[in-house]
Write a protein that binds this ligand. Structure first.
Ligand code: ADP
Ligand code: 5GP
Length: 210
């Protein structure tokens, strides 16, 4: 009994576990996480990554990403400011220590949207997140969604599709992800994602009441 209370106390003191969302570009990670952030305002916080890619229409600097040059990014990586960084589809991406600390300081569930290299690198840290892979129903559907999104050049699209093929195969590697969600029907996928995170969500909601 005392042991259970003590272990609950310890886990509450440690704050909520972060969440890693990974999966092929176009699988639906941003769509799902935007819904979570909207439905659970004051529960989740997004870890804003740095990238050297250009902003897409509608994206905001400091909200979707911190948009930086390769020189700036490289300098900051060398200065030890990043937890992890990767090269994806011809651009650099990285999670700064500050972006995670900003969210965790508010006792929110920190969501990281990162690629497979990021997942492997985060596994070497003591962040201890819940690892969720979002997968498309098929390569054909993924290609259609990416084309319909109209954000990529043909070259960038082909690079993303090649990376997606590898990602889909690796995602089922035992022990890599806590859960793999196939985003076919959006409502269903969102329901599954909430189901996986509900324990952490309730922890944050409880902590807010006390
Ligand atoms: P990611 O963040 O993983 O790159 P997005 O969230 O941008 O992917 O989704 C890619 C595109 O697919 C977007 O245009 C989005 O509106 C659309 N999309 C996402 N989920 C679904 C779904 N379940 N059914 C149909 N279209 C979807
Ligand atoms: P996009 O250009 O579509 O926004 O992102 C391309 C890929 O980069 C996605 O798989 C996304 O998860 C990944 N990504 C975004 N931010 C980071 C990051 O900080 N680190 C890593 N490793 N990958 C990231």
């Amino acid at each position: 009994m005392y042991l259970r209370v003590f272990s609950r106390l310890l886990s509450a003191m440690a704050g909520p576990r972060p969440v890693v969302l990974s999966g092929p570009s176009g699988a639906g990670k941003s769509t799902l996480l935007k819904r979570l952030l909207k439905e659970y305002e004051g529960v989740f916080g997004f870890s804003v990554s740095h990238t050297t890619r250009n902003p897409r229409p509608g994206e905001e600097n400091g909200k979707d990403y911190h948009y930086v040059t390769r020189e700036v990014m490289q300098r900051r990586i060398e200065a030890g400011e990043f937890i992890e960084n990767a090269e994806f589809s011809g651009n650099m991406y990285g999670t700064s220590k500050a972006s995670v600390q900003d969210v965790q300081a508010k006792n929110l569930i920190c969501i990281l949207d990162i690629d497979m290299q990021g997942v492997r690198n985060i596994k070497q840290t003591d962040l201890n997140p819940i690892y969720v892979s979002i997968q498309p129903p098929s390569m054909a559907i993924l290609e259609k969604r990416l084309r319909d999104r109209q954000t990529e050049t043909e070259e960038s699209l082909q690079k993303r599709l090649a990376a997606a093929q590898a990602d889909m195969e690796i995602s089922n590697e035992p022990g890599l992800f806590d859960v793999v969600i196939v985003n076919d029907d959006l409502e269903e996928a969102y329901g599954k994602l909430k189901g996986v995170l509900i324990e952490e969500i309730e922890k944050v909601q409880e902590a807010k009441k006390s």
